[in-house]
Design a protein around this ligand. Structure first.
Ligand code: MOS
Length: 737
């Protein structure tokens, strides 16, 4: 289908409001009479509160209230089934009893007339505990209870163990990826205001419908009594997919004091209760014939969860379908720890799982003496062998071709430590990227006004990918308008429901709903024109008419035809349509739907001091239709930067004595800055996928991070001859013999 607006490199429609400071984030919505809340966080990792010295604190200047489990109201905490269930189990009931389940758990709130007064009082709080030893070390399998993940089945085809055991060439290794925290620029923030039994939350959220339903369930309110507003997000990467305890606490405090309350988490508190990428331990074993045909694959992974909930992610899922092999066994387990519940972070599951698989593939390529790209070619499947279904589209080999050419893979000499730039060792590595092409039911509203412009609304979020812009393009495309004639609104639960803004499914889901609503608006406009005795198309048959560039005319007619304005002039009324869309279940049953990509990394390593620098990254992706190449490139380079962080910098270190994150601040939790970020290039293969959805989009976001860390690790091996199987890769890893 020929597209006029989709596919164009439109600059961000919200760019001006962001750079001029007009864009308002959760903490910007100050309310009249607003008070300030500060959380007091537990300083032990497990146990009970035995004493709270509050007398002095309550008398301190500006303090309005001190709320602990002793005076907090009992909350309803009704069961809540979200559009997607964030975790299985019973969520943290905050301030409901004296127990401490993890280090940093909120144990009190101070409400005061200023942040300074609230912080001063919080610092003066004296809390005593009966503390026990928490179990926070995943690797200590003597003490960490390992359980199967709910809803995640072990998968097996053929006999992988026998195939690996008998293979002529094999790799069998263990990979360890550190716990990481999302660390977006914008901290979590909520302003809560009650009007009787109605609650408004201005709150940082990637999933407004979930926050609305969760807070309604916690307070025992009808869902419609809660409104959530979040027009802008300053980065999130998954941390705002769930409704964390601080949102409950802001609402609880506001009700307690009878005034609106603002609560902004500190950077340190964002390491406590707002999710993290769980540490993972994985074993990957590959068996192959001497000419590089994979005969057996074993992938066993353990992630982490809390004691009170089960968080699962698709740690081993990529291994089921990525390569052709008759004997594959995958297994996923969870270590139950005395920490807060983890959650999705930047390509959750896939990013960790593929590091293990693609590191092992690289190891296998050296053992075989086969080029890493050639190894992938020799094991390219014709179908998804786990599901026994064709792929809706799969461009992995094209991605390797395109990426290799742009990267200059031919210049690579295969031998480790064989390339140098002056005294620096140079390494080139590559790895596969993949992510499911998800799609969830969504709705959207389109209102075509009598002046011929349109208003489009959906309760989505925009954490940075450019949802405002891309959805404007979709609406303009299917109404036949210019983007300037469309105003797209998101960020309130007053708009039609959408799924979470995550899982790379926003364009597929919300975009398809907008398309459906636009097509219905257009068809209603057609019917109005046909019914209008004064119109040149009066009583024409629908088949005899066509819309060209937003104008209705008789098929083949050279006349300019009718604009929306012309048609709506008759009544002066807008046309308003609530549209919805979901993936066709039959198509979903028939095809395996995933995006694929190939990532290429060049690193330099200083042989004397071990400094690792990423010099170049090239990613080539097959993601179906690209809605906006400018935004798509920006998404990809952002994901690659996250991948550099995962490969070389990011890790949250817990003190095993009490579960305290010892580097809960930006000085010691390292993230890539400009100097760590080299030339980044994102390419897209021409890919038409007629099956995924009517827009032909497979989703972009997560896949840009997936594959980056193994490409870098493989380049580090090529540079140094040192295979590092732990992330992040540290200087000492490449220096020690
Ligand atoms: Mo993404 S981890 O689904 O925000």
């Amino acid at each position: 289908m020929k597209m006029n607006v989709i596919g164009k490199p439109l600059t961000r429609v919200d760019g001006r409001s962001k750079v001029t400071g007009k864009a308002r984030y959760a903490a910007d919505f100050n309310q009249p009479g607003q008070l300030y809340a500060v959380l007091v966080s537990a300083t032990v990792g497990l146990g009970r509160l035995t004493g709270i010295e509050s007398a002095d604190v309550e008398g301190m200047s500006g303090v309005v209230a001190l709320i602990t489990h002793r005076n907090a109201p009992k909350l309803a905490y009704l069961p809540h089934k979200a559009v997607i269930d964030p975790a299985v189990g019973e969520r943290l009931h905050v301030l409901q009893d004296d127990s401490v389940r993890f280090y940093g758990q909120p144990v009190a709130i101070i409400v005061a007339d200023s942040i300074d007064h609230a912080e001063r009082a919080a610092a003066a709080m004296r809390i005593t505990y009966d503390a026990r030893q928490p179990i926070v070390d995943h690797a200590d399998q003597q003490v960490a209870r390992i359980v199967p993940g709910t809803g995640t089945a072990d998968r097996s085809r053929g006999d992988a163990d026998a195939a690996v055991a008998e293979a002529a060439v094999k790799v069998d290794e263990v990979y360890d990826i550190a716990r990481e925290n999302h660390n977006p620029m914008e901290p979590h923030a909520t302003i809560a205001a009650w009007h009787g039994d109605r609650l408004t939350l201005w709150s940082k959220s990637q999933f407004l419908m979930n926050e609305q339903a969760e807070i309604a369930a916690v307070f025992g309110l009808p869902v419609d009594n809660v409104e959530v507003i979040c027009p802008f997000i300053g980065g999130a990467f998954g941390t705002s997919l769930r409704t964390w305890p601080h949102v409950t606490l802001a609402a609880l405090a506001a009700r307690h004091v009878g005034w609106p309350v603002k609560l902004v988490l500190t950077r340190k508190q964002m390491f406590f209760t707002t999710g993290h990428r769980p540490r993972s331990l994985q074993r990957v074993a590959l068996g192959a014939t001497p000419d590089g045909k994979i005969t057996g694959v074993i992938h066993e992974g353990t992630g982490e969860t809390s004691r009170y909930e089960q968080f699962t992610e698709a740690l081993t899922a990529v291994t089921d379908y990525l390569y052709s092999c008759p004997n594959v066994r995958t297994q996923y387990r969870l270590a139950q720890l005395d920490t807060a519940t983890p959650n999705h972070m930047r390509g959750p599951g896939e990013a960790s799982g593929i590091f293990a698989l693609e590191s092992a593939m690289d190891e296998l390529s050296y053992k075989l003496g086969v080029d890493p790209i050639e190894l992938r070619r020799r094991n390219e499947p014709q179908i998804d062998e786990a599901e026994n279904k064709p792929f809706s589209s799969r461009s992995l080999i094209q991605c390797y071709g395109l990426g290799a050419e742009r990267f200059g893979w031919v210049r690579r000499t295969p031998e480790p430590r064989s390339m140098r730039d002056g005294r620096l060792l140079i390494g080139m590595g590559t790895a596969t990227a993949t992510y499911p092409a998800f799609h969830a039911p969504s709705s959207a509203r389109v209102r075509l006004l009598a002046d011929g412009t349109a208003e489009v609304e959906a309760a989505a979020s925009d954490m940075g990918p450019g949802t405002y812009t891309s959805m404007t393009q979709v609406a303009a495309e299917f109404l036949g308008l210019q983007p300037e004639q469309v105003r797209f609104g998101l960020g309130t639960t007053d708009y039609p429901p959408t799924p979470s803004h995550g899982g790379s499914w926003t364009m597929a889901s919300v975009g398809s709903a907008i398309r459906a609503a636009c097509l219905e608006v257009q068809s209603q406009a057609t019917r109005q024109a046909i019914a209008d005795a004064g119109s040149p198309v009066f009583e024409a048959s629908i088949e005899a008419l066509e819309w060209v560039d937003g104008r209705l005319r008789r098929r083949g007619d050279a006349s300019p035809g009718l604009s929306y304005q012309d048609i709506l002039a008759k009544t002066g009324n807008p046309i308003e349509v609530d549209g919805s869309a979901q993936r066709d279940p039959e198509t979903a049953e028939k095809y395996s739907m995933h995006s694929f990509g190939a990532v290429f990394a060049e690193v330099s390593v200083d042989p004397d001091v071990g400094t690792i620098r990423v010099r170049r990254l090239v990613g080539a992706y097959g993601i179906g239709r690209v809605v906006n190449p400018l935004l798509a490139r920006s998404q990809c380079t952002g994901g690659m930067i996250g991948g550099i962080g995962m490969a070389l910098m990011e890790r949250t270190v817990l003190d095993v004595r009490d579960g305290r994150p010892v580097n809960a601040h930006m000085a010691d939790y390292l993230m890539p800055v400009n100097l760590d970020t080299p030339e980044l290039e994102a390419l897209f293969v021409d890919e038409v996928d007629p099956h995924v959805n009517p827009l032909g989009v497979k989703g972009l976001g997560e896949i840009a991070l997936v594959g980056t860390a193994p490409a870098i690790a493989n380049a580090v091996f090529h540079a140094t001859g040192k295979r590092v199987r732990t992330l992040p890769i540290k200087i000492e890893d490449v220096l020690t013999a």
